[in-house]
Design a protein around this ligand. Structure first.
Ligand code: PXL
Length: 281
């Protein structure tokens, strides 16, 4: 198998297990070179009080200019948590510079969950994030992020399949080829995802048992696994199933220990099973 290379553009939260400290180990373990473009360095993710935040926006252009001189290419560009309007513009430009026929642009518009924006984000930022979707092959918002990007009221329950399908079509109308909504549930005790491929005009879905817990970083485990599986040649529906199963496994391995830490999941312990699923061992 030839060596593939992903570039992941998001923050480094030094402690807390999210964004790059998830993307790097998960995608690397899947046998893919994982390059990074850190957008900020935080002492922890934003769940902790008093976190430090070093903005790295000024470093992005010189780094990218160097890469252009070196003629680096990426099989996938994966963006997650981004901290400012300027960074959104720079990432948009990055997509234009590094898009190649056949490479994958995967946007996880990290900014909200459970009906609320994360600290520091505004509805205007969500609108600006929606512009990144224009060049994306795949976008993976949760229901809250989708509502904010579309400038709509957020429905977390009591919706029907038509609502989800319409929302997916609106997301692809922003420009993304495929849109995936996470946190979708039509049945008590079950939750999962529904996706829409606008090129094939096809919907797909995958549901698993609902674990009534919430941890930071699970979205990053999901997105990183999905990117890895797509780069490994899985179809979008296959990649999302693998990603959802790996996320559930990571959460289950965490809560199985009553002494578990509460700031992130033990995705490290799920890696052997993930590699078995991929047929690597
Ligand atoms: O898991 C997403 C994420 C990434 N980066 C930072 C975060 C969060 C979630 O809160 O705070 C800094």
């Amino acid at each position: 198998m030839d060596m593939k290379r992903v570039i992941s553009i998001q923050d480094i939260s030094c402690v807390g297990k999210c964004s790059l400290t998830v993307a790097l180990p998960v995608i690397s373990a899947m046998g893919i070179e994982t390059s990074i473009l850190p957008t900020a360095v935080l002492s922890t993710h934003t769940m902790f009080k008093g976190f430090t935040f070093r903005d790295l926006t000024c470093d992005i252009t010189p780094i990218v200019e160097h890469w252009k001189k070196e003629k680096f290419e990426f099989d996938a560009i994966y963006t997650g948590y981004l901290g400012s309007f300027e960074q959104l513009d720079l990432v948009d430009k990055f997509f234009t510079d590094f898009k190649r026929p056949g490479n994958l642009i995967f946007v996880d518009p990290v900014m909200a969950d459970n009906g609320k924006l994360y600290p520091g984000f505004t509805p205007e930022f969500a609108q600006a994030m929606s512009k990144l979707c224009r060049q994306a092959d795949v976008v993976v918002p949760n229901l809250t992020e989708a509502a904010f990007m579309l400038g709509e009221e957020c429905h977390l329950a009591g919706y029907d399949e038509e609502y989800i399908k319409t929302t997916l079509k609106k997301l692809t109308a922003l420009g993304a080829k495929c849109a995936v909504l996470t946190g979708v549930s039509f049945e008590e005790g079950k939750v999962g995802l529904m996706g829409y491929d606008s090129v094939k005009d096809e919907f797909f879905s995958y549901y698993h048992k609902r674990l009534n817990v919430s941890f930071h970083g699970t979205g990053d485990v999901f997105a990183s696994t999905a990117v890895g599986a797509l780069v490994r040649g899985k179809t979008l529906a296959e990649a999302l199933k693998i990603a959802a199963d790996n996320t559930v496994e990571s959460i289950e391995l965490t809560i199985a220990d009553p002494e578990h830490e509460n700031y992130g999941v033990r995705f490290e312990r799920a890696i052997p099973k993930l590699l078995k699923t991929l047929g690597d061992c």
